[in-house]
Design a protein around this ligand. Structure first.
Ligand SMILES: NC(=O)c1ccc[n+]([C@@H]2O[C@H](COP(=O)([O-])OP(=O)(O)OC[C@H]3O[C@@H](n4cnc5c(N)ncnc54)[C@H](O)[C@@H]3O)[C@@H](O)[C@H]2O)c1
Ligand SMILES: [Zn+2]
Length: 355
């Protein structure tokens, strides 16, 4: 499988990726190599990673607790401290082996440590393969707000090994699938339809779909790496989805949602707003709702929670000058950016989701 050329790096698949990593380590003469994992990827993915390398090489493991609640400045401080204590210098390399929490936070740690050291992403969840590990966005959550602090810095290499997915649970698998469906909705109706076939016949291979999703995201990022314009389309479902995700993390009475689950709800609500605000057909909005409803179980969001979520939306990073900007759909495959939406349209969207 051919690699995909990104801005200053490439996304390589399977053995090609690991071969390239070995060459990079050999040619760049790194003073030390650190592998950041969480306890799950340490158990399930680190042994696979070690086996993939043709010869053992010397690296130090930094392990954190798993989960979004650890994507914080405190985790960064701990890891920066370990790097300092272990003598990491500007010629050190960080390898992020994990899901989106590890690639986002590990990328941020590498980009800021000594003003930036090289890092490689080896995503181990479906979501991080098709989304988080590519495109250069790194960062952490701060206060109640997702990804409030961060920088855009590219890794030097991304390696996709779909074999890591064997140990991923269904909840996390679906989370990544949700972002893949988003790729179809924002750019390619044929791909959307292909994903629906995959949903019905789970005998199809996932790797070609992962490849297609990476191609879609990469093409968008190449045109607008710093999200001045068209890259915003990747945020479809996220204006509401991020607020829902943050709200569920912080509320003791609610069960945590996966990122993909939260943005699936966001996409259903934003599809409903698209009917009101753009020209999306009601039948397309219904199709979008039915598809996500078939992937995720229904979450109850009552009026009080809806109001709290709506007030969180104003912290969204996509806002400017106090306005909340939405990405909506004209039709499946055709998004529009920078649209203003009223609170009553959002409430109507919640009604549609709950229906
Ligand atoms: N930078 C971006 O462009 C971008 C895009 C989308 C999402 N994100 C971020 O990604 C994060 C979500 O990523 P995620 O869904 O991968 O979450 P995650 O990193 O928390 O991983 C989910 C869970 O799966 C476990 N896990 C990972 N790989 C495994 C494997 N192979 N086998 C068994 N368990 C495994 C993890 O330990 C964790 O418990 C969010 O913080 C989101 O903001 C970033
Ligand atoms: Zn996302």
């Amino acid at each position: 499988m051919n690699g995909i050329k990104a801005r200053s790096y490439s996304v390589e698949f399977k053995q090609n990726g690991f071969n390239k990593l070995e060459k990079l380590i050999e040619n760049n003469d790194y003073s030390s190599v650190f592998v950041i994992v969480d306890t799950n990827t340490r158990e399930h993915c680190l042994p696979v990673f070690k086996k993939e390398m043709s010869q053992p090489f010397d690296f130090k493991i930094i392990s954190i607790s798993p989960g979004e609640e650890f994507k914080t400045i405190i985790s960064c401080q701990n890891i920066w401290q370990i790097l300092s204590d272990k003598g990491a210098d500007r010629k050190s390399l960080i390898i992020n082996l994990g899901g989106g929490v590890i690639t986002d936070m590990g990328g941020f740690i590498a980009s800021t440590y000594k003003r930036g050291i090289d890092f490689v992403n080896i995503p181990t969840t479906l979501l991080s393969m098709v989304d988080a590990s590519i495109g250069g966005k790194t960062g952490i959550d701060f206060g109640n707000i997702k990804n409030q602090i961060g920088v855009i810095t590219d890794p030097i290499l991304v390696i996709i090994e779909s074999g890591f997915l064997k140990t991923l649970n269904l909840k996390e698998y679906r989370s990544g699938y949700s972002e893949m469906l988003k790729h179809g909705l924002i750019s390619d109706k044929d791909y959307w339809n292909k994903l629906l076939i995959f949903l019905k016949k789970n005998t199809l291979e996932i790797l070609p779909l992962i490849y297609k999703s990476i191609e879609i995201k990469n093409k968008i990022v190449l045109k607008d790496p710093f999200e001045k314009n068209q890259r915003k389309i990747l945020n479809f479902g996220h204006t509401i989805g991020h607020a829902i995700e943050s709200y569920f993390i912080k509320s003791d009475h609610l069960e945590k949602l996966s990122h993909g689950e939260a943005i699936a709800i966001g996409m259903i609500i934003e599809a409903s707003i698209s009917v009101d605000n753009c020209s999306l057909n009601q039948s397309d909005a219904n199709e979008i709702k039915n598809v996500f409803d078939s992937v995720f179980s229904k979450i109850k969001i009552d009026i009080l929670d809806q109001n709290n979520i709506i007030s969180l939306i104003k912290f969204d990073k996509k806002n400017s000058h106090g306005n909340v900007n939405f990405v909506l759909l004209k039709s499946i495959g055709f998004p529009i950016i920078d649209l203003k939406v009223t609170n009553s349209q959002i409430k109507k969207g919640f009604l549609f989701y709950n229906s």
